[in-house]
Design a protein around this ligand. Structure first.
Ligand code: ASP
Length: 328
């Protein structure tokens, strides 16, 4: 009898120590096997006449970004790390409207926005209007982890970055000839393609969801304009109960319709599936050419609807799917 009680106590202690660290706080649940990662590089009037070499360049970048996230998840990394590292990649690729390659404001400057959210506990962080930060998504994560606030903007955000030991770069670091031409075309009222925001949503092996979005905003925006991307519930949302969402498109429309939160709310309160909720928002609530989103739910289902001509996007799953696309 004594030995049975002893064995039972030993098992209980082993099980408990699996879930508690030395401080007694809860650790992540043991790894399951499935994960899903979905990325976007912006939605908009992406012409199908794009030269093959340009198209291949975009597809290669999407593949590289996706591999970074997939490898993190494959090795048991967290959804938050995958989101941050994928977006860090895009923030240094000048083809995308995030970090270097950001669009120009009407003053010829750059103002960058980003946000990140952890679906485990609704923890989130965001920055808006930063002008000297190479990786706005990482600063957003620091706002989440090191302050009691959700959103820091302009000088205050950059002052906080300095305190965190982040090196500020001169604002011309973000200049690229392509975006400059796009801005000039816009001023000349020629066709301007307003895409290139980046985002990532993840379900990791622990069943946790996370989402992040980073952007330079809309071309020729007024200085001081803040779009949906740094606003939790508009451009970004994650909740382990429902889904993780990252949006791209005409920010003002996404703010008015609280798009990212609405997807989650339709699932939680109306019992919709991820596909039903994302289709409802993109095709019924928003209008043609407003934009698109990427989303993943707690089971690993994903959805990538857009009502524009195209959306740069990709998906990778633990079952071996690996796909990058631009058009339908
Ligand atoms: N949603 C972004 C903004 O309005 C732009 C985009 O996604 O293209 O700032």
């Amino acid at each position: 009898m004594k030995s049975i009680i002893f064995a039972a106590i030993t098992v209980a202690v082993i099980v408990l120590t699996q879930f508690l660290d030395s401080t007694g706080s809860k650790k992540s649940l043991p790894a399951k096997e499935n994960y899903t990662i979905v990325i976007h590089g912006g939605a908009g009037a992406i012409s199908k006449d794009m030269p093959k070499v340009v198209r291949d360049d975009y597809l290669n970048s999407l593949s590289d970004a996706l591999k970074i996230g997939r490898d993190i998840l494959e090795k048991g990394g967290t959804a938050m790390d995958a989101v941050e590292k994928v977006i860090n990649y895009f923030e240094t690729d000048p083809k995308f409207n995030a970090g270097i390659g950001a669009v120009y404001t009407s003053n010829g400057t750059h103002e960058l926005d980003a946000s990140i959210m952890d679906g485990r506990d609704l923890a989130c962080g965001a920055v808006a209007g930063v002008k000297h930060i190479v990786h706005p998504i990482s600063l957003a994560r620091l706002v989440m982890e090191k302050t009691q606030h959700v959103l820091l903007a302009y000088d205050g955000a950059e002052e906080f970055a300095k305190q965190m030991g982040i090196k500020l770069v001169p604002s011309n670091y973000f200049d690229t000839p392509e975006r400059y031409k796009q801005w000039q075309d816009f001023l000349m009222k020629l066709k301007s393609e307003k895409h290139g925001t980046v985002g990532c949503v993840v379900l990791d092996k622990y069943g946790n969801l996370a989402a992040g979005t980073s952007t330079g905003g809309m071309s020729n925006k007024m200085p001081g304009r803040i779009g949906d991307s740094p606003l939790i519930g508009d451009g970004t949302y994650a909740n382990n109960k429902t889904c993780a969402v990252s949006c791209t498109g005409w920010g003002e429309k996404f703010i008015r319709n609280a798009v990212a939160f609405n997807v989650s709310a339709l699932m939680e309160f109306k019992g919709m599936t991820l596909k039903q909720a994302t289709d409802e928002v993109i095709y019924k609530i928003l209008q043609k050419n407003d934009g698109g989103l990427i989303a993943v739910d707690k089971k690993g289902n994903y959805s990538t609807p857009f009502n524009t001509e195209g959306m740069f996007r990709g998906v990778a799953t633990s079952s071996g799917k690996f796909e990058v696309k631009i058009w339908k």
